[in-house]
Design a binder for this molecule. Structure first.
Ligand code: HEM
Ligand code: NAG
Ligand code: NAG
Ligand code: NAG
Ligand code: NAG
Ligand code: NAG
Ligand code: NAG
Length: 352
């Protein structure tokens, strides 16, 4: 008993000295990671997002997607934010991202505001995680305590983005496999797909369902006839792929359970959405039915799945770095003159 007490007291000392447990960072994130070093970070992120969403409501959906597209490619390390350079092949040009990702400029706006308050402290990967949660909240969706302490990676991988990010024409088995390889369950798949309760998609990604599904010469039989007509009006046969349709025709910008009640009446926008309900005998049907009638159950599963997704492959401790500018690793930012050299470690070293 006494020796246990001694160990406990010693631990308290070490924690008081260093502010962290002395164990190697077993990829442990913590919602109060910045409580000493940047206590106001959440309000700062929130203010920028709230401001932007006044003129661009869809941005709230775009920011949730950005976190997902970060985490599914070598973990939540802000690799998706890295621009092309001599050594980086940007994930932004991967098929699921090209002409599709939004919010990169908003993340830079957030980063600038955060750097002003707490320089060299908050990672771009944590900003993406915070932005996703705040965007959910600002759309009347669930809130949760965002585990923090991610570090930013030094690499990107475009071919991995092409490989890991699911496609709208994937079969349910392919979707399950894509999520399983990230450690996410079938319930996580159904809950996270519920993010398609807001935001928009381009005609090019679902137009084949409207006219010539799987080269049958007919529309996708799992499409509601009324909805089919509405979508055909937005996306004429042979027309451009660029018009946008709302994922949720009932409440386009609100984070609610209607995504699931839409699936029940065959109003899923993407093939990958409708399959969760219309694949015969699938174990996802009962999960859709549950979320369609019980918004609390959906929100609880969504929160848990977002936290799980936010933990994928994170860098912690002294891995990676805290980027000064989210589009470039620090050495490149210095080279490009994008940051004040005197305020970076590289600058300190080279000026000595
Ligand atoms: C299950 C597999 C998934 C597939 C196949 C998929 C596919 C897509 C596609 C094709 C778009 C439209 C892109 C465009 O037209 O430019 C989209 C948009 C979106 N996705 Fe997913 N997605 C999936 C899962 C997720 C997950 C897990 C989340 C977040 C947790 C998410 C959040 C969003 C949001 C919010 C939008 C709208 C973005 C905007 O309006 O800017 N998706 N998704
Ligand atoms: C925290 O940030 C918000 C939004 O930027 C600001 O209104 C507030 O005054 C800040 N609080 C502190 C203690 O700095
Ligand atoms: C809010 O947006 C306005 C107009 O775009 C801009 O001038 C202002 O600086 C923004 N405020 C914050 C806190 O981002
Ligand atoms: C990074 O690339 C994007 C296009 O993907 C571009 O809009 C942006 O200006 C670039 N950022 C910087 C800081 O060069
Ligand atoms: C990117 O991921 C692929 C797997 O698709 C892997 O084979 C390759 O080594 C990775 N490239 C880099 C530069 O990490
Ligand atoms: C459907 O697509 C296939 C393959 O592109 C094509 O051969 C066929 O003519 C199309 N059918 C219709 C009705 O457009
Ligand atoms: C199609 O949608 C309407 C509502 O717009 C609904 O009443 C009808 O039941 C749906 N049809 C099917 C087959 O789900």
């Amino acid at each position: 008993m006494n020796s246990l007490r001694a160990v406990a007291i010693a631990l308290c000392f070490i924690v008081a000295l260093f502010g962290v447990l002395p164990f190697p960072s077993n990829a442990q994130l913590n919602p109060s990671f910045y409580s000493k070093t940047c206590p106001n970070v959440s309000s700062i992120v929130r203010e920028v997002i709230r401001n932007v969403s006044k003129t661009d409501t869809r941005m709230l959906a775009s920011l949730v997607r950005l976190h997902f597209h970060d985490c599914f490619v070598q973990g939540c390390d802000a690799s998706v934010l890295l621009n092309n350079t001599a050594t980086i092949v940007s994930e932004q040009d991967a098929f699921p991202n090209r002409n599709s990702l939004r919010g990169l400029d908003v993340v830079n706006q957030i980063k600038t505001a955060v750097e002003k308050a707490c320089p060299n402290t908050v990672s771009c990967a944590d900003i993406l995680a915070l932005a996703a949660e705040l965007s959910s909240t600002l759309s009347q969706g669930p809130d949760w305590k965002v585990p923090l302490g991610r570090r930013d990676g030094l690499t990107a991988n475009q071919s991995l983005a092409n490989q890991n990010l699911p496609a709208p024409f994937n079969s349910l088995d392919q979707l399950k496999a894509a999520f399983a390889s990230q450690g996410l369950s079938t319930t996580d798949l159904v809950a996270l797909s519920g993010a398609h309760t807001f935001g928009r998609a381009h005609c090019s990604l679902f137009v084949s369902r409207l006219y010539n599904f799987s080269n049958t010469g007919s529309p996708d039989p799992t499409l509601n006839a009324t909805y089919l007509q509405q979508l055909r009006n937005i996306c004429p046969n042979g027309g451009p792929g660029t018009p946008l349709a709302s994922f949720d025709p009932t409440t386009p910008d609100k984070f609610d359970k209607n995504y699931y009640s839409n699936l029940q009446v065959k109003k899923g926008l993407l093939q990958s959405d409708q399959e969760l309900f219309s694949t015969s005998g699938a174990d996802t049907i009962s999960i859709v039915d549950n979320f369609a009638t019980d918004q609390k159950a959906f929100f609880e599963s969504f929160k848990a799945a977002m936290i799980k997704m936010g933990n994928i492959g994170v860098l912690t401790g002294n891995q990676g770095e805290i980027r000064k500018q989210c589009n470039f690793v620090n050495s490149k930012s210095v080279e490009l003159g994008l940051v004040n050299v005197a305020s970076t470690e590289e600058g300190m070293v080279s000026s000595m």
